[in-house]
Design a protein around this ligand. Structure first.
Ligand SMILES: Cc1ncc(COP(=O)(O)O)c(C=O)c1O
Length: 366
């Protein structure tokens, strides 16, 4: 047998592995609050659209995602040519990196932010320039602007930001993009935008008329509850969509995903109702956490970013998991001393709080 081994490129070592949430051994029903999913199944009409597409699975899906892209275009009154779709918005991020980054190029983003962003530099050999969030866990746009150089190709903005849940006002984003040179592409990642109440979620689209170097990224994974199917989309200049289409594989959004997302976007009443329920849980959980002496950042998303102060993060996450409640540790997200807790249904949130009380009570009693 040969002693030589296949060789992998060096920079592969820099690519972080996605941290799986631990589920431990637990006999009962798990409360999954670690991945910023919505607790509700897809709308019945969406399930029906998926069923209707099943008999056609012997055929490749439509490579241009025409029905889905047309519905997105109609929903926003945005030119079809500028609507890109992907296997989750993650695929669009990776495609943007492949199309724009290379050794010598730079990408700027805030940190902590979405765990996928470090992949973009690591896989292309570009340099990642990370800018710490400010004291309120918000993007520090002035500091970010200072990091932009002639080598910068992409700036990522995440609003509401994962994991800190804070959002930026559209005016701030507008001023920031205006201050940058035109060679820099700004990708505004709005995976959670529907949940924010600072402004109408669609006001950011007006920015696309003013800035030729801006792309807005959204997803069907969060408020539409379709993360299991993987569909994301971007609105921006047509040359961005063409670049994404060139680098990604042709059939990346599968037939069931296309059918489901094209139906889901028609049910904006369902979106509004989910947002309303989430915001009610957000307010209630905020009060409950404060009553326990735990501060959170100003959440505009479907999750809370909880400051643990003197409480040790790892034993707490373990204690919650042993009671069947799965949350994400801040250490796994770039900022130890925090918990990221997705808002579930009221009964799931109550289970989280009682597990938290159990864990903290056991700690203070010990
Ligand atoms: C900020 C942010 N952007 C994008 C995504 C990716 O979503 P998708 O499922 O569309 O790939 C996530 C998922 O958690 C996210 O938190």
């Amino acid at each position: 047998m040969t002693t030589t081994r296949p060789e992998f490129i060096d920079r592969l070592r820099d690519i972080p592995l996605y941290p799986a949430a631990s589920t431990y051994e637990f006999g009962g029903e798990l409360v999954k609050l670690a991945s910023n999913e919505t607790p509700w199944s897809p709308h019945p009409a969406v399930l029906e659209a998926i069923r209707a597409a099943l008999p056609t699975l012997n055929r490749y899906p439509d490579p241009s995602n025409s029905v889905l892209r047309r519905r997105i275009s109609e929903r926003y009154g945005f030119p079809l040519g500028g609507v890109a779709t992907g296997n989750g918005s993650c695929e669009i991020l990776l495609a943007a990196a492949e199309a724009m980054l290379e050794p010598g190029a730079e990408i700027v983003y805030a940190w902590p932010s979405f765990s996928m962003y470090p992949h973009l530099a690591a896989m292309t050999g570009a340099r990642a320039v990370t800018v710490p969030l400010d004291l309120h866990a918000r993007h520090d746009l002035e500091a970010m602007a200072r990091e932009v150089t002639v080598a910068t190709r992409i700036v990522l903005l995440c609003s509401p930001n994962n994991p800190t849940a804070t959002a930026m006002a559209v005016d701030e984003i507008d001023a920031f993009v205006s201050s940058l040179p035109g060679h820099v592409l700004v990708i505004l990642d709005e995976a959670y935008v529907e949940f924010q109440t600072l402004q109408d979620p669609d006001v950011s689209l007006a920015l696309l008329e003013r800035h030729r170097n801006l792309v807005i990224l959204r997803t069907f994974s969060k408020v539409y509850g379709l993360c299991g199917l993987r569909v994301g989309y971007a609105l921006g200049p047509e040359d961005f969509r063409l670049a994404v289409d060139r680098v990604r594989q042709p059939f990346s959004v599968n037939a069931l995903a296309q059918a489901a997302a094209a139906e889901a976007i028609l049910h904006q009443d369902e979106v509004a109702s989910r947002v309303e329920r989430t915001v009610a849980e957000r307010l209630w959980m905020g009060e409950e956490l404060r009553a326990r002496g735990l501060a959170t950042s100003a959440s505009e998303a479907n999750f809370a970013w909880v400051e643990l102060g003197q409480i040790d993060e790892e034993p707490l996450v373990d204690a919650l998991a042993r009671q069947g409640v799965i949350v994400r540790a801040g250490a796994a997200l770039g900022d130890p001393g925090h918990l990221r807790v997705t808002y579930g249904t009221r009964s799931e949130n109550e289970r989280f709080l009682s597990a938290l009380d159990g864990a903290l009570g056991a700690k203070s009693g010990s």
